[in-house]
Design a protein around this ligand. Structure first.
Ligand SMILES: [Fe+2]
Ligand SMILES: [Fe+2]
Length: 428
C-alpha cells in the first residue's frame, strides 16, 4: 500500500494539534485544582505529580528560592517509593547555590531550561557538573533530565523544577523531547504563580507564629513547623490504614499542616505575668493558661473555610486525652461569657486531627531541651509514648506515629532546635 507523505503529514499534524489541545485542557484543569491548595508542600506535591504525568517522568524534585539559595523542597520517585507513601526523603534538607556550578543553580541563575539526555555524559561546554550523590545514596540511576525555572508573570524566579527519566510504553527509560520541554515550560510558568501565593501564605502564618513568640518566647516557629509536619505525615499514615481515598487524604493533609502549626495561637490572649513567669504556675495560673484552647478556637470563629474549621478544632481539643482526663472538655457554647470547663472528651469524641496534634505536640516537647529540663533521650521518649498509648494517646495514632518514625526523625533534622535551650517550655 502506498502512503501519501502529504496526507501522512496532515494526519500527524492534526494529531499533534489534538494532543496540544488535550494538553492545554489538562493544564487548565490542573491549574484550577492548584488554585485551591493552601499549603506549600501539598502544592509542590501536586505540581510535580502533574508535571510528571504530562511527560511520563519517573521521578522529579523541586527547589524553592529562599534567602537567595535554592532550598530542596520536594521529591517524587516512582521507582524508589510510591507517590502515595509517606517517605523520609521529603524532609531531606540541603541547599544549592544559585550559580553555574550545579544544574539547578544554572537554571535558576540564567532562567534557561535544560534538556539533558544523559546526566553522566553532559554535552561539552556545560559550565556545571552533575551531582550524583543522590544516585550513590539511593541506588537510583538518573539518565535524562529536564529542568525548568519557575518564573511568575512578573518575571520573578521562585524556584526550579527538575524531572527525570521519562518511561516509554514498556516502562523503559527513554529521553525527553523538545516537545516535553515546551510543555513543561508552559506548565511551570502557570504553576509558578500558585507556588508564589502559597509561599506568601506560609510567610503570613509564620509571622502570626512569630507574633506569638514575641509574647511567649517558648512558642517558636521551629516547634510549629515540626508539629505541623509530624501531624501531616502521621495523618497520612493513619488515613492510608483507614482506607481513606487518596484525594481526601491530600485535601485534609493540606489544611492539617497549617492548622496544626497554629495549635497554640490562643496564647496571645494570656497575660505576660503567666506566659513569662519563670517558676512553676500555681493552680489558678494554670487554669488561666488552659484557656488558651478556648481563645485559640475563638480566633477562627467565622469558620469560612475548611482551614478555619480545622484550626478551631485543633486549638480547642489539642489538650484533650484519649482516657478523658484532658481539658477543656465538653462545652455547649465556647462563645459564652462565664464559660466553665466540662467533662473531658474521651476516645473518638476528640476529633482525629486533635488526637494527632496532641501526640505531635507532646513528642516535640519531650525530645526538645527546655529551660527546666534536658531533652529526653529517644529511647525514654518512645517508651513513654508506647506506655501512654490508650491513656493519653489514641492507640491507632501511636501506631501510625511509630510506623513512620524514620520520617519523624527526618523532620527533626529539617527543623533542628537551636543550641540555646530557650525553646518551648511546656506543651500547654
Ligand atoms: Fe505546642
Ligand atoms: Fe497548647
Amino acid at each position: 500500500m502506498s502512503v501519501n507523505p502529504a496526507s501522512q503529514r496532515s494526519e500527524s499534524g492534526s494529531k499533534e494539534a489534538h494532543d496540544d489541545a488535550d494538553h492545554c485542557t489538562k493544564i487548565l484543569q490542573v491549574m484550577e485544582r492548584l488554585s485551591q491548595i493552601k499549603d506549600v508542600q501539598a502544592l509542590l506535591a501536586e505540581v510535580l505529580l502533574h508535571a510528571r504525568r504530562l511527560t511520563r517522568a519517573d521521578a522529579g524534585s523541586m527547589y524553592l528560592i529562599e534567602n537567595n539559595v535554592l532550598n530542596f523542597s520536594y521529591i517524587q520517585n516512582d521507582t524508589l517509593f510510591g507517590a502515595s507513601e509517606v517517605n523520609r526523603y521529603l524532609y531531606s534538607s540541603h541547599t544549592v547555590a544559585i550559580d553555574n556550578h550545579s544544574l539547578s543553580g544554572y537554571v535558576a541563575l540564567t532562567g534557561k531550561p535544560l534538556l539533558i539526555d544523559d546526566a553522566y555524559h553532559l554535552p561539552p561546554g556545560m559550565p556545571f557538573t552533575f551531582n550524583d550523590s543522590f544516585d550513590r545514596l539511593s541506588g537510583y540511576r538518573t539518565q535524562s533530565i529536564l529542568a525548568v525555572p519557575l518564573v511568575t508573570s512578573h518575571n520573578k524566579t521562585v524556584g526550579v523544577m527538575q524531572i527525570l527519566n521519562p518511561l516509554n510504553d514498556d516502562r523503559q527509560t527513554s529521553t525527553f523531547t523538545p516537545g516535553d520541554l515546551l510543555l513543561l515550560k508552559h506548565f511551570a510558568d502557570n504553576a509558578a504563580a500558585a507556588i508564589e501565593r502559597a509561599m506568601m501564605t506560609r510567610e503570613i502564618i509564620m509571622r502570626m507564629i512569630q507574633m506569638c513568640e514575641l509574647r511567649d518566647p517558648k512558642e517558636t516557629g521551629l516547634h510549629a513547623n515540626r508539629v505541623g509536619a509530624y501531624a501531616a505525615e502521621v495523618y497520612h499514615q493513619w488515613s492510608l490504614k483507614q482506607g481513606i481515598a487518596d484525594d481526601e487524604i491530600k485535601r485534609n493533609k493540606d489544611s492539617l499542616r497549617i492548622a496544626a502549626m497554629l495549635h497554640d495561637l490562643g496564647k496571645v490572649a494570656i497575660s505576660d505575668l503567666i506566659l513569662r513567669k519563670p517558676d512553676k504556675l500555681n493552680s489558678e495560673e494554670f487554669r488561666i493558661m488552659q484557656y488558651h484552647t478556648i481563645h485559640g478556637a475563638r480566633l477562627f470563629r467565622n469558620q469560612e473555610s475548611d482551614l478555619d474549621v480545622l484550626s478551631a478544632e485543633i486549638a480547642l481539643n489539642h489538650h484533650e486525652k484519649w482516657d478523658g482526663t484532658g481539658y477543656p472538655g465538653k462545652i455547649d457554647d465556647i462563645y459564652q461569657d462565664q464559660l466553665r470547663f466540662g467533662q473531658g472528651k474521651r476516645g473518638e469524641e476528640i476529633p482525629i486531627a486533635a488526637r494527632i496534634v496532641a501526640l505531635a505536640d507532646v513528642y516535640d516537647a519531650l525530645v526538645s531541651p527546655r529551660a527546666y529540663k534536658d531533652a529526653w533521650s529517644e529511647t525514654t521518649t518512645l517508651s513513654y509514648i508506647k506506655d501512654q498509648s490508650g491513656k493519653l494517646f489514641d492507640p491507632e495514632v501511636v501506631h501510625a506515629f511509630l510506623a513512620i518514625y524514620d520520617v519523624i526523625t527526618a523532620i527533626r533534622g529539617k527543623y533542628p532546635e537551636e543550641s540555646s535551650p530557650s525553646s518551648p517550655a511546656t506543651s500547654s
